[in-house]
Design a binder for this molecule. Structure first.
Ligand code: FPP
Length: 246
């Protein structure tokens, strides 16, 4: 990461850099299968791509980058794959923390922290507190994240506040709902990218992506490049966003 603009970013319209980019990083398993490799090799290569896309996002001025690293459903994968993904996360949290910090990136997590193994939680807490005051970009890792679960927790929380007399029923509005989600205080994603060609949202940020621009690429996540990412942002900059108006 560097504060200097790289040559490709000169082609971008600086006034229309997306504030928030969200990515469903799909296709690691298929990438490995095509090469007759273990699925974990696909996740390892995927982690390299995470590093590239974090750097690029920071360099071009994205304020929030949300990456779907592990879903609530992913706990049902074979035990060995789950533990390999947790190990990769730990590796990432250690190997990247200095670079994140040096580049003013704040690490945040969205998801069920309480379900994570103690050692992952510890490294996450350490990296989040080390980078906690950084203001250049927020890297949101979605880990043990599921949007329906997030919405369920929000409904319970708001209902309790109504029950307790803390808020009135007619004070429940869009803003209050947003403020009770993991992404409280953040803008909604401008762009949602999904790699590997599947035409699904897979329980990711269901409330938050109401007006996000969707980009689905057939590229498998381990093959996703900085160039393709920049092309997507250029395409986004050409789109006419009307938010339901004319
Ligand atoms: C989906 O591919 C990807 C995941 C479930 C995990 C994403 C993890 C990484 C990119 C690496 C680790 C990330 C960090 C932040 C350290 P899939 O396995 O569902 O692929 P398939 O659909 O082809 O089987």
């Amino acid at each position: 990461m560097s504060s200097e603009k790289t040559s490709y970013s000169l082609d971008l319209d600086e006034a229309k850099i997306p504030s928030h980019v969200a990515i469903i990083m799909d296709g690691n398993g298929r990438w490995a299968k095509k090469r007759i490799l273990n699925r974990v090799k696909g996740h390892e290569r995927g982690m390299e791509v995470v590093r590239t896309i974090v750097r690029t996002s920071r360099n071009i001025g994205v304020s929030y980058l949300t990456l779907f690293a592990f879903s609530t459903e992913n706990w049902q994968r074979p035990r060995l794959e789950v533990s390999a993904l947790m190990s990769l996360l730990k590796k990432f949290l250690v190997s990247e923390r200095d670079e994140l910090h040096d580049n003013n990136v704040r690490l945040n997590m969205v998801g069920q922290k309480e379900r994570l193994p103690g050692d992952v939680k510890k490294l996450l807490d350490e990296t989040m507190s080390m980078t906690g005051k950084n203001t250049g970009m927020v890297l949101n890792l979605a880990i043990s994240y599921g949007s329906r679960d997030e919405i369920l927790q929000m409904v319970r929380h708001i209902s309790k506040r109504v029950n307790d007399g803390d808020i009135k029923l007619d004070e429940i509005n869009h803003k209050l709902i947003s403020n009770h989600l993991y992404t409280a205080g953040m803008p909604d994603p401008d762009i949602l990218i999904r790699t590997s060609g599947e035409m699904r949202i897979s329980n990711f940020l269901l409330w938050q992506i109401a007006y996000s621009e969707l980009f689905i690429t057939r590229t498998l996540w381990p093959d996703f490049t900085e160039q393709e990412y920049i092309e997507i942002i250029k395409d986004f900059q050409q789109r006419d966003r009307r938010f339901g108006k004319v």
